[in-house]
Design a protein around this ligand. Structure first.
Ligand code: XYH
Ligand code: MG
Length: 381
């Protein structure tokens, strides 16, 4: 088999999610947005697909890097193709990011699954067919009845448990919220959620990622009193030594890195430095399933859990092939948005959750996105 075409379709659909000035997601009014669908095609007409932000698969990146590495190659040579793209990153002037590598890698995995007629998680080697989900809230806001007060978090936490979630992770208030960040308000929200769900539900905090060591330490000490399950990204993840100091001074598991560059290499350094008690990967953070498997196995070698960052069928696939991780991060969630709604460009959600809080892996060949190709092709830009 040889790769003969790599194409990108850009289409429009309606969204209720908006980004703030710091890149955090919040609810908004329905508005048209553009999304891309990357497709890799071979000489026997096999195809693999992956949905993507348009800029991540813009023509310059596809022509200058992706096609140079992939065209004419065997699509089953995923390790060789991923290493080839990763090599090009250094000379790309920071234009070829892990986000692009992830889309290409996921499309190659999707192609393999579709060609062989198996779900990708089975192709890799399944550990489980369903994964328990935690409800991962959007960051706090100033929307009346949204996530504007500790009471709002309390009320939403009760709703999340009713919906079936067996754990909850808070993202609290961050800039550009006028008075944020505020560790004391973080604690009030965390205490309100603990009061809402009782002592047996795991709760995690994904904090403002710019706290100082002293702020992060104090906040972590309060989370220990509330018996939180893990403590995520309270400081800039570029400072491994700060996380090693924090983890050494806290009992609550410190998890990371999520956003630090460097893929499996950085996670190896974090583990070596004692900067985390649980490590973390997500397909979009490190360049796809291929490098994420390296991280999962690295963590396992140290007796460490690796919790997967983010939603989507690529991350759900990782959850299904690992023993050393518990949760699927379902979100981001907000009282104003029904996350269970099916997007116009899909025939079904790839992470539908049952009443017991489990997300079941699709048994369809490929990665698991049930793409509505008629919708995509009738809404092309
Ligand atoms: O909006 O900053 C944020 C959240 O932190 C989000 O980017 C991300 O999904 C996350 O951190 N999940 O754990
Ligand atoms: Mg996070």
């Amino acid at each position: 088999m040889k790769i003969t075409d790599i194409s990108v379709r850009v289409f429009t659909h309606s969204s209720r999610e908006v980004k703030d000035s710091d890149g955090h997601t919040h609810p908004g009014d329905p508005h048209p947005v553009r999304q891309a669908l990357l497709t890799i095609t071979t000489d026997d007409a096999s195809q693999g697909h992956c949905l993507a932000p348009t800029e991540v698969v813009r023509p310059f990146l596809i022509d200058r890097f992706v096609k140079v590495v992939l065209m004419g190659q065997d699509p089953f040579d995923r390790e060789k193709l991923w290493q080839g793209l990763a090599h090009w990153q250094r000379g790309s002037g920071a234009m070829l990011t892990d986000r692009t590598l992830a889309i290409v890698d996921l499309a190659l995995w999707d192609l393999a699954g579709r060609k062989l007629g198996v779900p990708v998680y089975k192709l890799i080697g399944a550990y489980r067919d369903k994964v328990p989900a935690y409800g991962s809230t959007m960051c706090g806001d100033e929307l009346p009845g949204g996530l504007a007060t500790p009471e709002d978090y309390h009320n939403y936490a009760k709703w999340l448990i009713e919906r079936g979630y067996k754990a909850i992770k808070l993202h609290t208030w961050m800039k550009p919220v006028s008075w944020a960040p505020d560790p004391k308000m973080d604690v009030k929200a965390c205490a309100a959620v603990r009061a809402a769900v009782g002592p047996d539900i795991p709760i995690m905090l994904d904090a403002y990622h710019g706290y100082s060591r002293s702020e992060a330490l104090w906040l972590g000490q309060q989370l220990q009193k509330l018996e939180f399950a893990w403590y995520e990204e309270p400081m800039n993840e570029a400072s491994i030594s700060s996380y090693a100091w924090l983890a050494a001074n806290l009992d609550i598991p410190v998890i990371g890195p999520e956003t630090a560059d460097g893929k499996h290499h950085t996670r190896a350094e974090w583990i070596k430095a004692g900067a985390c008690d649980i490590t973390r990967t997500g397909v979009h953070d490190v360049g796809g399933i291929t490098p994420s498997l390296k991280i999962i196995h690295l963590a396992e070698s140290f007796g460490m859990d690796c919790e997967i960052h983010g939603n989507g069928v690529g991350n759900l696939t990782l959850c299904a092939v690992q023993k050393n991780g518990r949760w699927y991060e379902r979100g981001l969630l907000h009282p104003f948005i029904n996350y269970d709604d099916v997007p116009e460009y899909l025939n079904a959600r790839g992470d539908a959750m049952d009443a017991d809080g489990f997300v079941h892996l699709s048994q369809a060949p490929g990665l698991g996105d049930d793409i509505n190709f008629d919708y995509v092709n009738s809404h092309l830009v």
